[in-house]
Design a protein around this ligand. Structure first.
Ligand code: PEP
Ligand code: MN
Length: 659
């Protein structure tokens, strides 16, 4: 290659990276020793207090070295997660692996189930046996011809594989483990065949469901096959270059086929979850992240399922999945498979299961098994936010406001909006949302994200489409800005909030944004409210500048009524006769809303004030009044800002507000 003046520097970087990798490997070895010691002494694997301490210490040192605190936090979060996974694999799965010598799966060699089985049980001395159907794979275990079977249960694109659920219900086997595998389908054919020449495609029905967009576009005849790897096998045997298969890389390579199209899945993040089943349940040591699966039948009396779910709620046990299947013997009874986070031998889950057992018509625990698929435990921000000043929520509402039914506080507890590991509402500590008024450039939004993260902020805001009073003002950089915002959010581990202006944009924007904002000017744009009500993204609804609290809650009701229950209300100042501030911050709205509704309430002091010097005191007052969070504007160089410069905080001001 060419001699570049950069070469010596690159060599230096390569050497440093090499050292980083060596040190990571060394760290992993130490973690293994710790895991062994923990097993011996019966200590908990997951120690959140130690993690928080460690993270804070690393950030302090990182700052001394002039490193970006946000990057260091994200890096160490990954390192800590990896450490927990290493401990989990060691303690839990090794014992299981040791006992399993033969594993059955559905499909031909190289099928995704085969890949999953190898991932779960390793290759050492284990025999893998493909079976024509799921039922055959299970039958092998029942007849003692295999120690375990590995079966797919759900896919992120095509949904649950109900046939496997029915087999789990019908067969008396235990669930012993799970794995989540990225499933990348490719179009594969014989060497020499071309995409244009394909007239027939062989594919498993699940694969067809996951690649429907591509297959429709291809226009070839689609023929169902029993298995992805089996389809590849048929293509090889046919010798016909006009036939292709939908299969995975492994299945194609093993058969000397070549890839005609490398990525044909509808969604790039296509995952399948597989379970391993065996005749006996396994024991998982306490402290290892664990899931438990249960089969349940309840009668059709009103509220019977609710009563069962309440048992888990009472014990504070998170439910991960609830699958419902009709009971073939009794059309009036539903059978459910329920997965929850926890180990059946721990106190709270075993109390919940006792309660469930008394209320259900049928209950069988399929097993508790280690899971690396649970959501990471929430870590407290390194910089602790200020505490709530007021606790008005429980006071009875004697206010003359008529509140619509879904938004109304009704004694059932507060809505907590969850977004990318951040939770807003209820009794939780308040959160900080910060970022530029408008995304202006990659660098500008990246600077804002860093400042937000360093100050202990939880979400990054940024306008991409700006609702400007004058048509001649800067209107935002649109989807280009959205990309920049997403990139900055990813780089600093912050979910992103951005305003959506029109119903047509709701779909595409909700694919990228974590929270959709409805601006003050659109609070009563009912078409827009209905559109955001239909998507699965939290909505940050700002109060209209001349809207009463009742109208504000009615606007929220539009969103709730469409199905979307994750609504955050935002007070941002209203129009009054007062001219010393851009708007008048209606602080009373905070306790009033908290009394009237269960929805989280945050405050935007930036748009209320219109001037930088007022943002910090107003923000503090809002927290004292009981706000669940603040949303503020920040800019690395407010004098040059394309919108709302006078009210933008400097990055250093954020520390003043939140540090
Ligand atoms: C904003 O937050 O970007 C904004 C435009 O605010 P508002 O809708 O409250 O004016
Ligand atoms: Mn603004």
């Amino acid at each position: 290659m060419s001699d570049s003046p950069l070469d010596p520097h690159r060599a230096g970087i390569d050497a440093v990276d090499q050292q980083i990798l060596q040190l990571l490997a060394e760290r992993r070895r130490l973690v293994t020793d710790i895991a062994a010691a923990k097993v011996q002494k019966g200590l908990e694997f997951h120690d959140p207090a130690r993690e928080d301490r460690l993270l804070a210490e690393r950030v302090a040192v990182a700052r001394e070295y002039g490193l970006d605190a946000g990057v260091v936090v994200r890096l160490w979060e990954q390192i800590l997660d990896d450490s927990l996974r290493v401990q989990l694999t060691l303690a839990g799965e090794r014992r299981l692996r040791g006992r399993v010598r033969s594993v059955s799966y559905q499909g031909a060699p190289g099928a995704f189930s085969h890949v999953a089985a190898r991932r779960m049980f390793g290759e050492d001395g284990v025999e893998f046996m493909g079976a024509p159907t799921f039922a055959d794979a299970i039958a092998r275990v029942k007849k003692g011809r295999a120690d375990a079977a590995v079966l797919p249960v759900e896919n992120t694109t095509s949904g649950s594989i109900v046939e496997v659920y029915d087999l789990l219900i019908a067969n008396d086997l235990a669930v012993t483990g799970e794995v989540r595998l990225p499933v990348a389908h490719r179009l594969v054919g014989l060497p020499g065949s071309t995409l244009d020449g394909i007239t027939r495609v062989l594919a498993h029905p699940q694969a067809v469901a996951q690649c429907s967009g591509f297959l429709r576009g291809l226009g070839a005849e689609v023929v169902y096959s029993w298995d992805t790897a089996g389809a590849a096998e048929e293509v090889r045997e046919s010798g016909d270059p006009s036939i292709a298969a939908v299969a995975g890389e492994e299945a194609a390579l093993e058969r000397g086929l070549h890839v005609l199209h490398p990525s044909i899945t509808d969604r790039p993040d296509n995952f399948t979850r597989f379970l391993s089943v065996a005749p006996q349940r396994i024991e998982v040591e306490p402290g290892i992240p664990t899931k438990t699966s249960v089969v349940l039948s309840v009668g059709n009396e009103p509220g019977s399922l609710l009563a069962i779910l309440a048992e888990f709620g009472r014990e504070g046990i998170p439910l991960v999945k609830l699958e419902s299947r009709p009971n073939p013997d009794d059309p009036w009874e539903e059978t459910f498979i329920l997965d929850f986070e926890g180990n059946e031998t721990e106190e709270a889950p075993s109390r919940a299961l006792d309660g469930v057992g008394r209320k259900a018509r049928f209950m069988r625990v399929l097993g508790s098994y280690p899971s690396s698929d649970l959501r990471p435990h929430k870590r407290k921000p390194v910089v602790a936010p200020r505490q709530h000043g007021g606790t008005p929520a429980e006071m009875p509402a004697a206010l003359e406001v008529s509140v619509p039914k879904l938004a109304r506080r009704n004694g059932a507890g507060d809505t907590v909006v969850e977004v990318g590991g951040v939770a807003i509402g209820g009794d939780l500590d308040p959160v900080l949302i910060a970022g530029p008024c408008a995304v202006e450039s990659r660098q500008q939004v990246m600077d804002c994200a860093r400042a937000t993260r360093d100050a202990g902020g939880s979400l990054l805001r940024g306008g991409c489409f700006k609702p400007r009073t004058s048509p001649y003002s800067f209107q935002g950089l649109g989807f280009e800005a959205l990309e920049m915002l997403a990139e900055a959010g990813k780089a600093h581990g912050l979910p992103i909030v951005t305003e959506v202006l029109s119903p047509e944009h709701v779909g595409p924007m909700s694919e990228v944004a974590d929270v959709l904002q409805i601006g003050a000017r659109n609070m009563q744009n009912f078409a827009l409210l209905s559109a955001v009500g239909k998507v699965r993204r939290p909505v940050l609804l700002k109060r209209g500048m001349s809207a009463t609290i009742e109208e504000f809650l009615q606007a929220a009701e539009y969103v709730l009524a469409e199905g979307n229950r994750q609504v955050i209300l935002c007070e941002r100042g209203i129009r009054t006769f007062e001219t010393s501030t851009r708007n008048t911050l209606d602080l009373a709205a905070v306790p009033v809303l908290r009394q009237l509704t269960h929805l989280p309430v945050i405050v935007d002091p930036s748009h209320a004030a219109g001037s930088r010097s007022l943002v910090v005191p107003l923000g503090r007052a809002a927290l004292a009044a009981g706000a669940h969070g603040l949303m503020v504007e920040v800019h690395p160089n407010p004098a040059e800002a394309l919108s709302d410069g006078p009210q933008a905080l400097l990055p250093s001001d954020l520390q003043l507000l939140w540090g």
